[in-house]
Ligand binder design. Structure first.
Ligand code: IPE
Ligand code: IPE
Ligand code: MG
Length: 251
């Protein structure tokens, strides 16, 4: 539970108009560490704790889906040490999740191409998938993007659809937005209402390219390890002030 006293921001949040799905580009771990003279891996460690804290807060608030960008298809460009530190943290948190998600009613799902991920991590992800399958669909769901790229996700979907056509299970003419969405990693999950990018960057970095069509954006200079409940309240408040027109005009 969030033990902090309710902030002024939290008081203003309208609980009846919460975003159903929040997505976060968890960025700024390296800079957070560098500012403290620490190795980048310590920034990832602190960032992982922030994820735990923010996921708990989202669940307590009544947010249905939280999608976080943990490792992109481009992040393999980093040093072997940094990549293995990130994978080690994922392993630690997945082991913990296997023990707690049933008790805490947390569904866990992965977006991304798991093929190049170490077998032990993949097996853990399968285990969390099995636990998720037993949990009620109405429970809070965290989606972790691992070896995820929006372009890669679209390509994998196109390949699978083309295969289904080649095998006679589908015909090209029946492809519409809903059917295409069902081939994506996010199948069955509504598009994010709110996408948050900390650390001052103002780019999408290959995140949820199909799903972000009408998402509201919130950016903050705060580095991800320093992101807290108050900052999330601010993002939700900003979201609640937006006028989502979806290309239409106001009545
Ligand atoms: C985000 O933090 C975590 C990953 C991309 C894995 P960064 O590691 O990108 O942190 P900065 O952007 O270098 O500060
Ligand atoms: C995006 O952050 C990916 C994750 C947070 C996992 P990056 O740090 O990799 O993105 P760029 O390089 O600033 O665009
Ligand atoms: Mg970064």
């Amino acid at each position: 539970m969030n033990e902090q006293p309710k902030t002024a921001e939290a008081e203003q949040v309208d609980p009846t108009r919460l975003p159903r799905h929040i997505a976060i580009i968890m960025d700024g771990n390296g800079r957070w560490a560098a500012r403290r003279g620490l190795p980048r891996s310590m920034g990832h460690k602190a960032g992982a704790e922030t994820f735990r804290r923010i996921a708990t807060y989202c669940k307590d608030l009544g947010i249905r889906y939280l999608t976080v960008y943990a490792f992109s298809t481009e992040n393999w460009k980093r040093s072997a040490d940094e990549v293995s530190a990130i994978m080690g943290l994922l392993r630690k948190y997945l082991l913990e999740a296997v023990d707690t998600m049933e008790r805490d009613h947390i569904r866990l799902h992965f977006f991304g191409d798991m093929t190049p991920i170490a077998p032990e991590l993949r097996a853990l992800a399968r285990e969390t998938d099995e636990i998720t399958a037993h949990l009620d669909r109405s429970c809070f769901q965290a989606n972790v993007c691992l070896n995820y790229g929006g372009r890669d996700e679209i390509l994998r979907a196109v390949r699978r659809f083309a295969q289904d056509c080649a095998q006679g299970a589908r015909i090209p003419g029946e492809l519409d937005e809903a059917l295409f969405s069902s081939y994506l990693d996010s199948a069955g999950i509504p598009d994010p209402d709110l996408i948050i990018r900390p650390s001052g960057e103002e780019r999408i970095s290959n995140f949820l390219l199909w799903q972000c069509a009408y998402s509201e954006f919130f950016r903050t200079d705060t580095l991800w390890p320093d992101f807290d409940e108050r900052e999330l309240d601010r993002a939700i408040l900003a979201y609640q002030k937006r006028d989502r027109r979806y290309g239409g005009v106001k009545a």
